[in-house]
Design a protein around this ligand. Structure first.
Ligand code: AMP
Length: 281
């Protein structure tokens, strides 16, 4: 696996791959890789000849009081995991390389970020779309793979690609979970053992909502209230949001239907966790 740290060298490497007639898949990550990331990489390899993984903890998508400094990092471990899965290139630029002084352009998707996580993380998605657009111009992939665990991120990026006519196939991969249901996340490493037990309430509440829906409940408010009180029965939990919404527009719905998205962000102790699922009949 080749390690590339500069924009110029990455662009040259991608030009060489493209000129040889091979296709490129990109998996953007912030590192501290787990099985969720590795599933994205495997999916990427199924779609393209060459796999580029990026490892960049993007400062512009963190708010001033968020965990940018504390974000878990393990570069050596990440390099080994990516290589073992068969990545061809690891692109790991510094923040200075990505954001040289004087930059004044950003990519902003208008409406989709005004829901779910965007409400409690102002500016987060502008940071995401800007860095992903930059990565797309640097790596020049034919396809890019993202996790459905970050449902809104996948929706926002898909919208950006459509709106700006970026010639890149966006592939979404289902959420990878621990055996007990907890969605894998680099941030799970923050959880103390007793908090980790409470963290299971997120997935369990998705299952609960699914059961209520199957049993005939159609009112979003009823399901939301049920789920809220279920989660709050667990110690250390504080709800940021629980939303039942349209899976395309992310607008709240009053009446549940097949495919309605239930998405949530819950703080467990100091750790903010997200999860989501689609209701199916
Ligand atoms: P991150 O390193 O957290 O920015 O995530 C990088 C990519 O991995 C994003 O596309 C995430 O949606 C995806 N991802 C993170 N956790 C999971 C998971 N448990 N299952 C599937 N994809 C995931």
């Amino acid at each position: 696996m080749e390690i590339i740290k500069t924009v110029d060298l990455m662009q040259q490497a991608s030009d060489t791959i493209r000129m040889s007639g091979e296709s490129i898949a990109l998996v953007p990550t912030m590192g501290f890789l787990h099985e969720g990331h590795l599933m994205l990489m495997r999916a990427a390899k199924d779609h393209c000849d060459q796999l580029v993984v990026s490892l960049f903890v993007n400062p512009t998508q963190f708010g001033p009081n968020e965990d940018f400094e504390a974000y878990p990092r393990d570069t050596q471990g990440d390099l080994k995991k990516a290589e073992d899965v068969g990545a061809d290139v690891m692109f790991m630029p510094s923040a200075k390389e990505m954001y040289p002084p004087g930059a004044q352009t950003s990519v902003v998707v208008k409406d989709l970020p005004q829901h779910l996580c965007g409400l409690s993380r102002p500016g987060h998605f502008d940071g995401v779309t800007t860095v992903v657009a930059k990565l797309f111009h640097i790596v020049k992939p034919h396809a890019a793979v993202f996790g459905q665990k970050d449902y809104q991120q996948l929706a926002v990026i898909s919208r950006m690609v459509m709106d700006l006519d970026m010639d890149i196939q966006i592939i979404g991969v289902p959420t990878v979970r621990e055996a007990d249901g907890l969605a894998m996340s680099s941030r799970n490493s923050y959880l103390k053992p007793e908090e980790r037990i409470s963290a299971l309430s997120l997935k369990k509440s998705l299952d609960l909502a699914q059961r209520l829906f199957r049993e005939g409940e159609k009112k979003a408010q009823v399901v939301k209230d049920f789920v809220k009180s279920y989660i709050l029965e667990h110690p250390y939990t504080e709800i940021d949001y629980i939303t039942l919404c349209d899976p395309v527009t992310l607008e709240d719905v009053n009446t549940l239907s097949d495919g309605t998205l239930m998405a949530m962000a819950v703080r467990v102790g100091k750790t903010r966790l997200i999860d989501n699922g689609r209701l199916v009949k």
